[in-house]
Design a protein around this ligand. Structure first.
Ligand code: GDP
Ligand code: IMO
Ligand code: MG
Length: 428
């Protein structure tokens, strides 16, 4: 069986929690895009883990992999592994595998990310400044350093020099060429260690797939941050939708594949860009506080708003979602009335999808349906029938609007605070 876990909104939907939950029965958990711009939180009893690059299955002592669709910052990876070791979780070449054709994020990419953002001025994207965009640009520009290059010091040195030369005008223009210390020796000193994890991933993963193993593909970011289908240019630099699983790992089997669309019971976004249902009022503040909506990576306050069924329908189709996982239902507990966006009005015309034109984004007026809140606690409920009547009603309305079934409801950050409605997925 194969599961893809994909965010349907603008990220931070609770993917990490659900990957951890579903990984109990998995043989391999694989990241297939993004990098350490991701921040995935897992709570097990009173311990909270935050992961950026490592797949969330690592907390469950599962075998994990990083696919070639990821851009990998070697320093960040080593740091994350060291930190996990301190928490008693050992990451070694028996439980972590890295595709040998994975492109690296180097210190120059972080600097370029900074420069690009500054030069956008008011139109800055609000990136995580982890060097993600510039690293993907170099990948597509066919000049990236890949992890397999670390085996060949003189070749590696040449590639880094060529890369720096390519970007030198930009660095010189900002007088930043001196800011870039010589990191070649440091990178080389990590080479053997990093190489101990590398494998031809495409081969390994297809063999596992053909042998009836269970593989979980862990998405990062959300569908509305997809480089092609998101709110361009306010997006990340990778494809975040489920189709990326195949090119981001080399996996080719398509049967028995469930695609779980992780969806917050409301909406959040961190960084700049359009957000039609954003609430800049007390309700927005309440959702932010109750939902602890602060970025895992950058600690920035996340913008909060109502559930947007227009976006959801779009995401469901883009990803081929088979099941929706509705998270953070408990955050809505205290609201008397809840609104759900059911359409967009743009300059008098109704839209049932998000148009591509950037200049239309600001003109979107959401059309809302109002529903009654439940005003009792759902926190920690793990049996569907224990949910208050109005919460069940909210779930049913969302299902009708999305034309998709909600199979899992999450009522708290902990593994145990999960309702597997049909018990057809995995039971913990
Ligand atoms: P991810 O990037 O999609 O993995 O999500 P993040 O970890 O960045 O953000 C989700 C946050 O919500 C984390 O702090 C989780 O611990 C928390 N969380 C996940 N599910 C629930 C839930 O059902 N209820 C509440 N209250 N918090 C949740
Ligand atoms: P997880 O996996 C939420 C956002 C940034 C910025 C834009 C581009 O935790 O859901 P980038 O550094 O990728 O070039 O930034 O994308 N962004 C995320 N927002 N969750 C994430 O990951 C994100 N990763 C990137 O805030 O707006
Ligand atoms: Mg996150």
């Amino acid at each position: 069986m194969f599961y893809t876990i994909v965010g349907t909104q603008w990220g931070d939907e609770g993917k990490g929690k659900i990957v951890d939950w579903i990984s109990s029965k998995a043989d391999l958990i694989v990241r297939y895009q993004g990098g350490n711009n991701a921040g995935h939180t897992i709570k097990v009893d009173d311990k909270v883990y935050k992961l950026n690059l490592l797949p969330s299955g690592i907390i469950n002592n599962k075998k994990c992999a990083i696919g070639n669709g990821v851009v990998l910052d070697p320093w960040a990876l080593v740091n994350e592994i060291d930190n996990l070791k301190k928490e008693g979780i050992d990451v070694n070449c028996d439980n972590l595998f890295i595709a040998d054709n994975t492109c690296l994020i180097l210190p120059i990419h972080k600097l370029l990310d900074e420069i690009n953002e500054t030069s956008r001025g008011q139109n800055e994207i609000g990136t995580t400044k982890k060097g993600i965009g510039p690293a993907y640009e170099d990948k597509v520009g066919r000049r990236a350093v890949r992890i397999c290059d670390l085996k060949y010091p003189s070749y590696l040195k040449q590639k880094i020099e060529d890369l720096h030369r390519y970007h030198s005008d930009k660095l010189l223009a900002q007088n930043l060429d001196k800011k870039l210390s010589n990191y070649f020796d440091e990178l080389l000193s990590m080479a053997d260690y990093l190489n101990s994890f590398t494998v031809p991933m495409w081969k390994m993963i297809n063999e596992l797939g053909s042998n009836n193993k269970t593989i979980v593909f862990e998405g990062a970011q959300g569908s509305m941050l997809d480089i092609d289908f998101g709110t361009y240019p306010y997006v990340t630099s990778s494809n975040t939708i489920s189709g990326q699983v195949f090119s981001g790992t080399g996996f080719s089997l398509k049967n028995n594949h469930k695609i779980l669309g992780i969806t917050k019971a409301y909406t959040t976004r961190v960084g700049s860009g359009p957000f039609p249902t954003e609430l800049k009022d007390n309700i927005g503040n309440h959702l932010g506080e109750k939902g602890k909506e602060f970025g895992t990576v950058t600690k920035r306050k996340r913008r909060c708003g109502w559930f947007d069924s227009v976006l959801l329908k779009q995401s469901i189709r883009l990803n081929g979602v088979t099941d929706i996982v509705l998270t953070k239902l408990d955050v809505l507990d205290e609201l008397k009335e809840i609104k759900i966006c059911i359409g967009y009005n743009i300059e008098g015309k109704e839209y049932d999808y998000l148009p591509s034109e950037e200049f239309l984004f600001d003109k979107i007026k959401p059309i809302y349906k109002k529903v009654e809140g439940w005003q009792t606690s759902t926190a920690g409920i793990n049996n569907f029938n224990d949910l208050p009547k109005n919460a069940i009603n909210y779930i049913k309305i969302l299902e009708d609007l999305m034309e998709s079934k909600i199979s899992i409801v999450s009522t708290g950050p902990d593994r145990k605070e999960t309702i597997d409605i049909f018990e057809t997925l995995l039971k913990i």
